[in-house]
Design a binder for this molecule. Structure first.
Ligand code: GLN
Length: 246
């Protein structure tokens, strides 16, 4: 399982969100504390962020571990953002290696990440992809379970579903066909939607900012752990959590 995080709030350097927190995503790439599956997250990483005045995010993804990328550390020091989604990857057996399989996945204004696995991938692909037009299946960003889950979410978003609805519907549909772990994270730069389904997820919401993360990035107060099988919806104004019920 990977580790991921999303942020909305006042502009801060990317480094402050990803590299500096003592137990944050950078450290979680080799020493996660709450990860239930896998040990290190060294099979790639990615960061997507929004710049003021441009609704389409930038992405920086690499196939190797985050600690081996000195260029990223430099970039993260000088680039500031109000909204970000980042992930470190521990690849699931049977899934493609490489940059294209590292989250965040993206399209239009969206950034997306999947922490989890579809056991037996690509078994049951027919059932899992049912309802997805062939061109969307052929256009997957990577040959991985996460890219398929992203295509299912994006298909629903493009059909007009709200972000929370698109995630909830995807999780409940995939879970009907597979004993999947589906911690999903989605942002358009102004809101975050997330699910906990099989692994840890928490948030810290303060006045004007929200961080949603697989596990706390520090020992400071304010982190709230979500119950498993929850749907979280957040904006910089506040966060709500409700059960995901089949
Ligand atoms: N299954 C996904 C992948 O292979 C996500 C992995 C994870 O959560 N560790 O990239």
């Amino acid at each position: 399982m990977c580790r991921h995080l999303a942020y909305l709030g006042a502009p801060v350097p990317i480094r402050q969100l990803v590299l500096d927190p003592p137990l944050g995503l950078y450290r979680q790439s080799w020493a996660p504390r709450a990860q239930r599956h896998g040990t290190v997250n060294a099979d790639g990483f990615g960061v997507g962020w929004y710049a003021d005045g441009d609704p389409v995010p930038a992405r920086y993804r690499r196939a190797g571990p985050i600690w081996a990328d000195g260029g990223f550390a430099d970039l993260a020091r000088v680039v500031r953002t109000r909204a970000l989604l980042a992930a470190v990857r521990s690849a699931t057996e049977g899934c493609a290696a490489g940059e294209a399989a590292a989250a965040p996945f993206g399209a239009d204004r969206w950034l997306f990440s999947h922490n989890g696995a579809l056991p037996g991938w690509p078994g049951r692909l027919g059932a899992l992809a049912a309802g997805l037009p062939a061109e969307e299946l052929l256009g997957l960003e990577a040959r991985s379970d996460s890219a398929l889950v992203w295509a299912l979410v994006l298909h629903r978003l493009r059909a007009g579903a709200a972000p929370g609805e698109a995630l909830a519907d995807t999780v409940l549909t995939v879970a009907e066909h597979s004993d999947a772990r589906l911690n999903l994270l989605l942002t358009d730069g102004t809101s975050i939607a997330a699910t906990s389904w099989g692994d840890t997820l928490c948030h810290r919401t303060t006045e004007g900012s929200v961080l949603v993360a697989s596990e706390p990035g520090d020992e400071e107060p304010g982190w709230i752990r979500l119950p498993d099988r929850s749907l979280l919806l957040a904006t910089a104004e506040g966060t709500t959590v409700k059960p995901l019920i089949p």
